[in-house]
Design a binder for this molecule. Structure first.
Ligand SMILES: O=S(=O)(O)CCCN1CCN(CCO[C@@H]2O[C@H](CO)[C@@H](O)[C@H](O)[C@H]2O)CC1
Length: 493
């Protein structure tokens, strides 16, 4: 159905294009209850419902980066990255969740990490929220409670003030879809509220307003002094029609992409602002049919439409894979009510080579289509790829990961040179194997292998680390035979 990866001949990245790697606090830090850090929703979920984690692991220790961050910085230097994307643990900085008490050890830890990065001339790209909400705030309803707008702005104010002299690139939220749909609209992520079709939309209302308030805070109070940038990282499983000639599938793919990516991108990156109209219409129709007195998702009022528009200096895109639309209908796994039922489309993941993650197949051309769609849908925004990568079960000879990077990076080059998409940088997920949420350590995305059965948690560079080191050094896609799987007949590389 999908065209094969085009046999593009682009290998060189444009002047100024930057490369990084990413991690997240709960997935690597450990020290879950050390030196004043309080409990967050992932501590609570993994401790009370260990059955929800595939291999029964948790983030109590993870990669112990709280103690081993200097090793991490050495690895970053070896990889030759321009920047390191990591996230701040809200519960380590503000143990009550509010600014009534600053934990000095939390401030110290991140300043130590920032100084170690500065010494290696590695730029920090820092995510304020990567899913690890203080439990005390979840006990008040978390992102379903509009009070979170103020709590998040207060937390960001502390971070801008304490770290803003060293951090010039901020990301407010990592993957708002995963937060609102998976964590509030389902039970796939902590706090597993599972308020399908209702809580997910309460979450997006609060989250988008909180994001906007933090952007305006930076703009009004810090930008003139600190000269930094603020963005948001939106994730896309990209949807395409299984049959590009099937008009119904083409239409439903656009609906699905508006529900998935447009849900959070449309309010921020379009002239019109607000939630995509197809979302508002579908949810209103479904809500009425389900006997609700008002739509489960209501358009923002004029004040908030204007307040949220334009609140990001770049479009951050996290992308891994593509799913296909097979027709209209209600997915048999869809709960009622739910985001999935509101879309009214049937999908399949049956496309492309498998990875260790059930949801993740290798479909490079989908990435190019997503990037072209973002260029045309959001008025040609400057774009950073803030996550991209693939999982395996753990091997040092990770040829499949190298092939994935080659093919997905090739699609970035294609859209840069052929479509003029303004992609400015790329971030590989992830520096080292870490706690992959409900998959625990059973699905590994790292450039470095971490042996979690060894208390020293040794990090070992995989072959993909050598590949990435050469890429950052030459700014060109490596073509060396040493990166080609000897067991495979070499297809176009
Ligand atoms: O239905 S289940 O719960 O049984 C499996 C769904 C798992 N989700 C799928 C979507 N993915 C989005 C990308 O998630 C991103 O990519 C990385 C790899 O996943 C994560 O480690 C990063 O933290 C995250 O930013 C997050 C994991």
């Amino acid at each position: 159905a999908l065209s094969q990866t085009s046999s593009a001949h682009y290998t060189k990245f444009p002047e100024g294009f930057t490369f990084g790697v990413a991690t997240a606090a709960y997935q690597i830090e450990g020290a879950w209850n050390v030196s004043g850090k309080s409990e967050n929703v992932w501590d609570r979920l993994t401790h009370t419902r260990p059955d929800m984690i595939a291999d029964g692991t948790n983030g109590d220790i993870a990669c112990d980066s709280y103690n081993r961050y200097r090793e991490d910085v050495e690895e970053l230097a070896y990889l030759g990255v321009d920047f390191y994307r990591f996230s701040l643990s809200w519960a380590r900085i503000l143990p009550t969740g509010q600014v009534n008490y600053l934990n000095p050890d939390g401030i110290r830890y991140y300043n130590d990490l920032l100084e170690a990065l500065e010494a290696k001339n590695i730029e920090p790209l820092v995510t304020l929220f990567h899913w690890d909400l203080p439990q005390s705030l979840q006990d008040l309803g978390g992102w379903a409670n509009p009070k979170m707008i103020e709590y998040f702005r207060d937390y960001a104010d502390v971070c801008f003030r304490e770290f803003g002299d060293k951090i010039k690139s901020w990301i407010t939220f990592n993957e708002p879809y995963e937060i609102c749909e998976d964590a509030y609209g389902d039970e796939k992520k902590a706090p597993a509220v599972n308020s399908h079709g209702v809580g997910n939309y309460l979450c997006s209302d609060t989250l988008l307003k909180a994001h906007a308030e933090v952007y305006h805070l930076y703009n009004d109070t810090y930008r003139s002094k600190q000269n930094g940038k603020v963005m948001i990282s939106i994730n896309s499983i990209w949807y395409e029609p299984k049959d590009p000639e099937n008009a119904e599938q083409v239409t439903l793919a656009e609906v699905a992409n508006q529900f998935k990516f447009g849900w959070f991108a449309h309010p921020i990156f379009t002239e019109e602002g607000g939630y995509p109209s197809i979302m508002v219409e579908n949810v209103a129709r479904q809500s009425e049919a389900e006997g609700y007195p008002r739509p489960r998702l209501e358009q923002f009022d004029e004040y908030w439409i204007q307040r949220i528009k334009g609140t990001s200096d770049f479009l951050g895109i996290n992308h891994y894979t593509t799913h296909l639309i097979t027709g209209a209908g209600v997915d048999p796994v869809a709960k009622s009510p739910s985001w999935l039922k509101d879309i009214g489309a049937l999908t399949t993941m049956e496309v492309g080579e498998e990875s260790a993650s059930e949801w993740l197949r290798v479909v490079p051309t989908g990435f190019a289509n997503l990037l072209r769609w973002c260029k045309s849908s959001y008025n040609d925004p400057p774009i950073y790829i803030t996550e991209n990568g693939v999982s395996d079960r753990g091997t040092l000879q990770d040829y499949k990961r190298i092939q994935y990077f080659n093919d997905y990076l090739t699609e970035i080059l294609n859209v840069i040179y052929e479509d003029g998409v303004n992609v400015l940088g790329y971030t590989a997920w992830t520096l080292m194997d870490n706690f992959e949420w409900r998959a625990g350590f059973s699905e590994r995305f790292g450039l470095y292998y971490v042996d979690i059965n060894d208390p020293a948690l040794p990090r070992t560079p995989k072959l993909s680390a050598e590949y990435y080191r050469q890429l950052t050094n030459t700014r060109e896609l490596p073509q060396d035979d040493r990166f080609k799987d000897p067991a495979k007949v070499h297809d176009e590389f």
